[in-house]
Design a protein around this ligand. Structure first.
Ligand SMILES: NC(=O)c1ccc[n+]([C@@H]2O[C@H](COP(=O)([O-])OP(=O)(O)OC[C@H]3O[C@@H](n4cnc5c(N)ncnc54)[C@H](O)[C@@H]3O)[C@@H](O)[C@H]2O)c1
Length: 285
């Protein structure tokens, strides 16, 4: 299928928005990155330059100036009207706050041309929570990336019952075109595929360690050796960083909250936040 998506606008230039924008530009798309002020865009500029360095260091096909070339396909703006004036696809990666997202979709629905498809990268909201604000629920769906999009390149695609199947198919093609492996969900599910698997898995590991049944390293050894998986659950905690799982547990049921308290007391309060800080369940150089 030929894809009509050529011009992409990303709303939000934070952790994920900057990666999505850069990856799309790296794969040849013309990309506009929007954020709320010129001050924030200064930070975004640094993020994009760091991403270009990371790509050049980590990806063989980003050498010979290819990562730098991607920067030339990226435009930064704090004018929402300009940002979406000719967009085929808008990918929204703004903070996970329901009212903020709803307000943004309302403005977007008024400013963007009729052709524009809207996609949310929200991790915890369902597209149904947002679709009424878009004014075009047939052209709205979730397109969910994982942190470090160039390396962990899944793109979970999930529509509502209103989403036009042709729009869904176009977004699947777009995901492939930017180097993602599209994961199609046939109906809405909180947590998509990845977090539906990962959250209970990480909780089960924490239950074993917090309950005194086995040490984290023994849990990881078991998982790696007995299943052939490259990493165990506590190594995954360290890669993600302990704060995100902590926040999910702290908002869960009584059992989950006990695990949250255990993580906080034994790790988070001691500054052991994971790989990024040099120590979590394991120590890193
Ligand atoms: N961080 C992750 O690992 C991850 C992974 C998958 C999905 N997500 C999702 O991506 C979204 C963004 O998360 P993040 O971690 O990149 O957040 P972040 O806090 O790093 O970045 C959010 C950005 O949005 C900007 N912003 C705030 N209000 C805005 C507005 N009204 N319009 C446009 N931009 C605005 C902020 O200035 C900031 O640059 C969330 O929905 C989150 O659930 C995050």
């Amino acid at each position: 299928m030929t894809n009509s998506i050529k011009k992409v606008t990303v709303l939000g230039t934070g952790v994920l928005g900057s990666q999505i924008a850069f990856q799309s530009a790296f794969k040849g798309f013309t990309v506009t990155a929007y954020d709320i002020s010129d001050k924030v865009l200064e930070t975004a500029k640094d993020r994009f330059e760091k991403l270009a360095e990371t790509y050049a260091n980590e990806m063989p096909d980003a050498r010979d100036g290819k990562a730098q070339e991607a920067l030339s396909r990226l435009t930064l703006t704090s004018d929402l009207k300009d940002a979406v004036a000719d967009a085929d696809l808008v990918i929204e990666a703004i903070p996970e706050i329901l009212d903020l997202k709803r307000d943004t979709y309302q403005k977007l629905g008024e400013l963007a041309p009729a052709k524009t498809i809207f996609a949310t990268n929200s991790s915890t909201l369902l597209p149904s929570d947002l679709k009424d604000s878009t004014g075009r629920s047939d052209k709205f769906l979730a397109l969910h990336f994982a942190n470090r999009v160039w390396q962990f390149n899944t793109a979970e695609i999930m529509g509502t019952t209103d989403t036009d199947p042709a729009v869904f198919a176009e977004v699947v093609e777009f995901a492939k075109a930017i180097g993602m492996v599209p994961i199609e969900l046939h109906k809405e599910k909180a947590g998509y595929v990845l977090n539906s698997l990962l959250v209970p898995f990480l909780n089960a590991a924490a239950e074993l360690a917090a309950g005194g049944y086995a040490d984290p390293s023994a849990v990881d050894d078991t998982w790696r050796i007995a299943t052939g998986a490259p990493v165990g659950p506590f190594q995954i905690y360290d890669i993600i960083g302990l704060t995100t799982p902590y926040n999910i547990m702290a908002n869960g049921d009584a059992e989950a909250q006990k695990l949250a308290a255990w993580l906080k007391e034994n790790y988070i309060d001691k500054g052991k936040l994971g790989l990024a800080t040099g120590e979590g369940f394991y120590k890193y150089n």
